[in-house]
Design a protein around this ligand. Structure first.
Ligand code: 6PG
Length: 469
């Protein structure tokens, strides 16, 4: 038996992806560095399926029809390099290697160069949707060798999630385009998760609402324009009771957020190209601060502040909170798309942002109803710099900003941190300012470093001897 497709790496994502491909009628070769995992997989999930296990990489390669089509579902970084080093020398010219992990885009570019030396076709592909997505239909963001993509397009499209505008799989551009899009997807994911956490905190600490009451609010929001996967799971999380204590399970979870680095990479990428992604950055820093549990516990006994209670009309506050959350969530996407727009120009990806929005409509973690309107906005104006400039997002801003401002004021007055919501308020207010106080910064730079400045009334570059009258 010759396999149509190969999967290297049999952690849960790799296993589920292999099963997904097999479910579509293909014969799948599987390999894992440790033999035991492959054996366990075959025993528990492989019975009666068209799966070909191999226990040596050379056997795995030999079990595939040419040109070989192989996906790596291996830990990003060193482990991926270790597999590739072995794999490349075993393959034949024009075989196709797909990295389906969360690789850093610079690693993908380095690996593309290496693959070219072996005359291989290399694809950096972002796959989103967690374990369930991998099995039933993830969102697939491909980039790299275009000819290679054409040869695996059918398989990838068949295993992808189906959204309102078709299969959630697309080729986005050369080089690291696919992994870059996935990285920004994760940045947006961080920002939305932080926004939800802030809303939860305002309701729980500020309004003293119960988990069940908050679940009802998230359920309601999930049936509105905010309808999305992350809101859906938040309602479910709030309804889960800890069997040991009878408390809401979420209240029993330690308040230290972990991270594997993709939100940080997204922020670093934004800084590298001078793209404004403050909300994604604040979401990363919020996780960083949460991790400093011991320091926070100490500071909580040293530094005073308001007690967190928000004494206000609950109905009005919840309406305002909806407005704040809606604008913040849209802004997370808006900043992400802005970064993709900038990266596309800077790095030659030629991204079609309406396609990006379309692929994110199903399968992935940031899937949301509003992506349909976002796709349309970029279809109407491919170079649109910021979603808020056009309908319906402009109207949402107009209608909702007053409520959002009230939330920010009340949160600060109560001493409840809202870094994501706050950053959006500042971001949009700065973005819509025809004049910012950057003139003062330029004057200071010129004062202490003779860095020069431009004038508003005539062309040229100027320097002033500030200490001399
Ligand atoms: C996805 C997710 C996934 C990510 C996890 C955890 O699209 O399926 O983005 O790729 O690894 O969500 O990320 P953190 O550990 O950094 O929170």
């Amino acid at each position: 038996m010759n396999a149509d497709f190969g999967v290297i790496g049999l952690a849960v994502m790799g296993q589920n992806l292999a099963l997904n491909v097999e479910n579509r009628g293909y014969t799948v070769a599987v390999y894992n560095r440790t033999r035991a995992r492959t054996e366990e997989f075959m025993e528990k999930k492989g019975q009666g399926r068209k799966l070909i296990p191999s226990y040596l990489l050379s056997e795995f390669v030999a079990s595939l029809t040419t040109p070989r089509k192989i996906i790596l579902m291996v830990k990003a970084g060193g482990p991926t390099d270790a597999v590739l080093e072995q794999l490349f020398s075993l393959l034949s010219a024009r075989d196709i290697v797909i990295d389906g992990g969360n690789a850093h885009y610079s690693d993908t570019e380095r690996r593309i160069e290496l693959a070219q030396k072996y005359d291989l076709r290399y694809l950096g592909v972002g796959i989103s949707g967690g374990e369930e997505g991998a099995l039933h239909g993830p969102a697939i963001m491909a980039g790299g060798d275009k000819e290679g993509y054409k040869q695996v397009e059918q398989i990838l499209t068949k295993i992808a999630g189906i959204g309102p505008e078709g299969a959630c799989c697309a080729y986005f551009g050369p080089g690291s385009a696919g992994h870059y899009v996935k990285m920004v997807h994760n940045g947006i994911e961080y920002a939305i998760m932080e926004t939800i956490a802030e809303a939860y905190n305002l309701m729980s600490r500020g309004l003293k609402m119960s988990a069940r009451e908050m679940a009802d609010v998230f359920g309601e929001w999930n049936s509105s324009d905010l309808s999305s996967y992350l809101f859906e799971i938040t309602e479910k999380i709030l309804r889960r009771v800890d069997p040991e204590t009878g408390n809401p399970l979420v209240e029993m979870i330690l308040d230290q957020a972990a991270q594997k680095g993709t939100g940080k990479w997204s922020t670093q990428g934004a800084l590298d190209i001078g793209s404004p992604a403050p909300t994604i950055a604040m979401a990363v820093f919020a996780r960083v601060i949460s991790a400093l549990k011991e320091e926070r516990v100490r500071a909580s006994t040293v530094l005073s502040g308001p007690d967190g209670r928000i004494d206000t009309d609950r109905g009005q506050f919840l309406q305002d909170l909806f407005a704040a959350v809606q604008i913040t969530v849209i802004s997370a996407y808006a900043q992400g798309f802005h970064q993709l727009q900038d990266a596309s120009r800077e790095r030659g990806y030629s991204l079609d942002l309406s396609e990006v929005a379309r692929v994110w409509m199903a399968g992935c973690i940031i899937r949301a109803k509003s992506l349909t309107q976002m796709a349309k906005a970029f279809r109407d104006e491919p170079d649109l710099p910021l979603l808020f400039l056009v309908a319906p997002f402009k109207e949402i801003w107009e209608v909702s900003q007053a409520g959002m401002r009230r939330v920010v004021v009340q949160a600060h007055a109560a001493g409840i941190p809202v870094p994501a919501i706050d950053s959006v308020m500042d971001f949009v207010d700065a973005y819509r300012s025809a004049r910012l106080p950057a003139n003062m910064i330029q004057a200071q730079r010129d004062f202490f470093g003779a860095h020069t400045y431009k004038r508003v009334d005539r062309d040229g570059v100027f320097h002033t001897k500030w200490e001399e009258e």
